[in-house]
Structures are given as structure tokens and as C-alpha cells.
Design a protein. Structure first.
Length: 162
């Protein structure tokens, strides 16, 4: 079996400072950020060798959706459904056959930060991290056939519980 490793988004573009701001203040800003992330996704996957049996990739389309979901939960502005529609229409994302979510306790998030993210960053915010975790827990509760793009229109906010 041949395995390829895709760099994470930030590493692929030379650091997180080259990625779009995740704290979108509007649906339009979130959509622009997703377009940029989809371009990064396409480029990093294009860098992989062809004919591999397994691709391991940190952060994928479900990370984008988890961020949209978390932002929606924190702000009350509906970001998940527009993000789902954008990703569903896109030819760029490769939908994973398996999602592994590794949860890091909030105390470890603080401990490992070492100034990488500012104190007010969503990436170290306990509410944002709890909401992102909730997205993945909700994804785990879905039947496998319901978690993939063909059936995404059935996803609604009531499917997700904290």
C-alpha cells in the first residue's frame, strides 16, 4: 500500500499568516475565505503523487465546515448552510472516506500555544473549540451514507447538538 501525506493548509502556504482570516464577520467574508481555502486544498492535493492508495491529510473540508458551524454557534449568523452549498458545488474538495478527529483538552490548547495565536484568537477560544468539537461529534452520530456530499442537503442545524 502506498501512502501520501498532504501538508496542512498553513504549512502548505508557508504559515498561517497567509491564510484568510477565520473570524469572518459576515457570510460573504466567510465565503471568500472558503474560496481561498479551496484553492489551497486543490493546490496541496495536486502536489501529491498519483496512484497512491491512501492520502493522510490534516484539515480537510470537514474542518472548513466545523469552523463555519462554530462561527455560527458563536455569532448566531447562519454560516453552515452557505458553506455546505459552496463546498457541494465545488469541484475542488476531495471528500474523505474516513474522518479522524483528535480532540485536545482546552488546558492543553493554552499550554501548547506559546504565543502562536493571540489571546483573543478563535483557535484558543474555549467556546469556538467546543462548537467545532460539537460539529465532529454530530458528524460521528450520522450514518456514514448521510455524512457525504450527495446527502448534505439533508443536514440542518437540528442535526447538531452540543
Amino acid at each position: 500500500m502506498t501512502v501520501a501525506f498532504a501538508k496542512c493548509y498553513a504549512d502548505h502556504v508557508g504559515g498561517g499568516r497567509y491564510l484568510p482570516r477565520q473570524e469572518a464577520c459576515s457570510i460573504e467574508e466567510r465565503e471568500r475565505a472558503l474560496h481561498r481555502l479551496l484553492a489551497v486544498e486543490a493546490d496541496r492535493l495536486a502536489q501529491l503523487p498519483s496512484g497512491v492508495d491512501l492520502i493522510l491529510a490534516d484539515r480537510r473540508v470537514h474542518t472548513m465546515l466545523a469552523h463555519s458551524y462554530a462561527l455560527e454557534r458563536m455569532t448566531g449568523i447562519g454560516r453552515l448552510a452557505p458553506s455546505q452549498r459552496l463546498l457541494r458545488r465545488s469541484r475542488i474538495p476531495a471528500w474523505p472516506d474516513l474522518v479522524v478527529y483528535l480532540a485536545l483538552p482546552q488546558a492543553a490548547v493554552y499550554e501548547r500555544n506559546h504565543g502562536k495565536f493571540p489571546a483573543r484568537s478563535i483557535y484558543i477560544d474555549p467556546c469556538f473549540n467546543a462548537a467545532a468539537r460539537s460539529y465532529f461529534l454530530g458528524l460521528a452520530d450520522l450514518e456514514p451514507s448521510r455524512a457525504w456530499p450527495g446527502l448534505m442537503p439533508r443536514w440542518t442545524q437540528q442535526n447538531w447538538h452540543s
